[in-house]
Design a protein around this ligand. Structure first.
Ligand SMILES: [Zn+2]
Length: 409
């Protein structure tokens, strides 16, 4: 893989003379896959040359292309069709000023003929490479894992003080982390009309942040405030660094036809449990936990942070789990008046983002993008206001109860 990378970088300099300055943003206007199941070509048209890095990952087989700050202006539906060795591909911001394309391949591939060439008319650059079939043995496993880990190793903000449950903060405010799921290259679930989970949950999170902050009672943080990918590890680290008192992850689900896409609707609240409460909850956690895979992080042999790895179930105190259950109970009561709930609105499963030893945490699936009525609600600003108000009311009730229960000074 490294040979291919060197070729890309070298050719870029040959053709463009000088590398693009850091402040400049290239835009991608066209992406295309051509060829057959023996040799497939990926082509990306760029407004300017950039340094691209290509590598492959196994489990499942993927090709990752890392680019600097590239803005994607591609037609809707780009990357959805299977062609040759490429099942589908997706693109977007992976981190701040880092873009990424992830191609899901039908099997192990080798990269060949990677190049950035100026278009004959001088208007823009064509970045292209070939994928050819190879056998699993020569593909190896975890190719490029080190690189993938490096790309995600954004340093978390240093903890101001060691997090301590129920520590009295200088301003007496409880710290709340709102966690809009997905983002950037990881779009999450998608509705029939193309509405993306990452957009819906970010809008809902922004409204919830506004309402919580407006009470003056909480110190509110978000794991992301823009359309950028944040890994599950990073979300956990952000929560740990802030020593949060409550962690609320927002998502929206989507079901396939065979699982009742048209009829199943409503909000569901998930808490952490090693054993899923039911099959649907187990599937849900599996889907949400795949976020890192979707963004091209090698989860299987990924060099995860030891600190995060050590946050295991056995470290999670019973108290934290009880507080999570308390919040889920009050939440389901408040949400009921704002929106329709799923038939079993309280479920549990092994969501990675909820594996927090210190912070009571819940994951709210706001509704189903696969259900036409829910989709209408999910994109309505009025509904967002209503749902944020009911979550805020639940937060108020939860902390009021905790304050009342704690022994006085
Ligand atoms: Zn989600």
């Amino acid at each position: 893989m490294r040979t291919a990378l060197a070729v890309v970088a070298m050719l870029m300099h040959v053709w463009l003379g000088a590398p693009v300055r850091a402040a400049e943003t290239a835009s991608a206007t066209r992406a295309e896959v051509s060829g057959d199941h023996l040799r497939t070509t990926f082509r990306l048209d760029l407004s300017a040359g950039v340094t691209a890095e290509i590598y492959t990952l196994a489990n499942p087989y993927r090709v990752i292309v890392d680019l600097p700050d590239v803005a994607f202006h591609l037609p809707d539906g780009t990357g959805q069709e299977t062609h040759g060795l490429v099942r589908t591909f997706r693109y977007g911001l992976f981190a701040e000023r880092k873009a990424r394309v992830v191609l899901d391949t039908t099997g192990p591939v080798r990269i060949e003929r990677a190049a950035m060439t100026a278009k004959p008319d001088g208007k823009g650059i064509v970045f292209a490479f070939d994928m050819v079939t190879t056998d699993p043995a020569s593909f190896g496993t975890g190719t490029g894992a080190g690189k993938a880990a490096e790309a995600t190793a954004a340093p978390p903000p240093p903890p101001a003080e060691p997090p301590k449950a129920d520590a009295l903060r200088p301003d007496g405010k409880a710290v709340i982390m709102i966690d809009p799921g997905h983002g950037g290259i990881d779009g999450g679930a998608v509705s029939a009309s193309g509405l993306l989970e990452k957009e819906v949950v970010l809008a809902a999170a922004a409204e919830l942040e506004r309402q919580l902050a407006a009470t003056g009672r909480y110190d509110v943080h978000m794991t992301r405030t823009s359309d950028v990918f944040v890994s599950l590890d990073q979300r956990l680290k952000l929560s740990a660094a802030q020593g949060v008192d409550l962690f609320v992850s927002l998502h929206a689900d989507s079901l396939s036809e065979q699982h009742g896409a048209q009829v199943v609707r409503g909000a569901t609240i998930y808490t952490l449990s090693e054993r899923a409460s039911d099959e649907q909850a187990r599937r849900m956690a599996e889907k949400e936990n795949a976020s890192d895979l979707i963004a091209g992080i090698n989860v299987v042999d990924g060099e995860g942070d030891e600190e995060v790895k050590s946050i295991l179930f056995d470290l999670m105190t019973r108290e934290t789990a009880n507080f999570s259950a308390d919040f889920s109970n009050v939440l389901v009561r408040k949400l009921k008046s704002a929106t329709s709930l799923a038939r079993e609105p309280q479920r549990a499963a092994a969501f990675k983002v909820l594996k927090q030893s210190h912070a009571p945490s819940v994951l709210i699936e706001l509704g189903y993008l696969s259900n036409p009525e829910d989709e209408k609600l999910l994109k309505s600003p009025e509904w967002r206001k209503k749902i944020a108000a009911s979550i805020t009311a639940a937060v108020d009730a939860y902390f009021a109860k905790r304050t009342a229960a704690s022994p006085g000074p």
